[in-house]
Design a protein around this ligand. Structure first.
Ligand SMILES: C[S@@+](CC[C@H](N)C(=O)[O-])C[C@H]1O[C@@H](n2cnc3c(N)ncnc32)[C@H](O)[C@@H]1O
Length: 259
């Protein structure tokens, strides 16, 4: 039996693969990143935070727009990759910090922009993470949440979470858009704009990035072969196991005074 905590499982999953997340095309590019850049625009005096920065792709796109970016993650190895790559790119305004999103080591109302991308579905306590996001954001500041989302329908939801969990034990839950809005409101945010995207996951790199054991790869392929047409069509499942998921970018602002 595994006696590790969930956060230890997350760190153990990501740390050995930190460099793969830097080079992964799925993570390095995306219309969501382009939209994030447009939304943030030029804010030369702003301080930004990237919660669950992983290989740092949101951090690297934010850094030229703002005064300083705090790149925050559970995994020390991810942070080392981010610091090295920031140096290589000549981005001298990136400060790394290790820790869990559920307990941020920053003062209240200390950031103008807070983003999080492809990380929240690993958080053990997403409500606590979003409460911390709200606490550290200045009134009038901008929060941008980007993640894979569940289609919401029970049939499709169960299939998505099952494939994700078989691939990676650090997966907690792809929330639906409705769940995201409820969680953000409960944390004290006013939801702004919502933009949906589709993201194709190429099967071989998708399992290689998480070092999915062969037995689980076989289980995923077996499940996919038994899926009904509603599921295969929704996720555009391909013969090699590649499939397509929904992602979202949600903007939110702090409601009222958070001090
Ligand atoms: C898929 S990677 C993030 C990708 C990255 N944000 C990007 O845009 O390319 C997920 C990251 O979230 C981090 N993470 C997961 N749960 C976390 C938590 N509770 N606190 C802090 N970081 C967490 C993991 O360590 C991992 O580096």
């Amino acid at each position: 039996m595994n006696t590790d905590s969930h956060n230890a499982i997350v760190s153990n999953q990501f740390s050995p693969m930190a460099h793969s997340y830097l080079t992964s095309p799925v993570h390095a590019n995306g219309a969501d990143l382009d939209q994030m850049v447009n939304l943030v625009g030029g804010r030369p005096d702003a301080i930004a935070l990237d919660m669950g920065c992983g290989g740092g792709h949101a951090t690297f796109r934010l850094a030229p727009l703002v005064k300083k970016v705090a790149a925050y993650d559970l995994s020390e190895s991810m942070l080392t990759v981010v610091a090295d790559e920031a140096r290589r790119r000549g981005l001298d305004n990136v400060a790394i910090q290790q820790g869990a999103v559920e307990s941020l080591p920053y003062p209240s109302a200390s950031f103008d922009v807070v983003v999080s991308r492809y990380s929240a579905h690993h958080w053990q306590a997403v409500s606590a993470g979003l409460a911390e996001m709200r606490r550290v954001l200045k009134p009038g500041g901008l929060a941008i949440c980007m993640d894979v989302i569940s289609p919401g329908e029970p049939l499709l939801d169960t299939w998505l979470q099952s494939l994700e969990l078989l691939r990676d034990p650090s997966h907690v839950r792809d929330a639906s858009l409705g769940e995201w809005c409820g969680l953000l409101c409960a944390a004290g945010f006013a939801v702004g704009t919502v933009t949906k995207f589709r993201l194709r996951l190429e099967f071989a790199p998708w399992v290689e990035r998480m070092k999915t054991p062969e037995s689980h790869v076989t289980a995923i392929r077996s499940l996919q072969q038994r899926a009904g047409s509603d599921v295969t069509q929704y996720f555009a499942m391909e013969d090699d196991g590649s499939f397509t998921v929904d992602t979202v970018l949600i903007t939110a602002e702090v409601m009222g005074n958070n001090l």
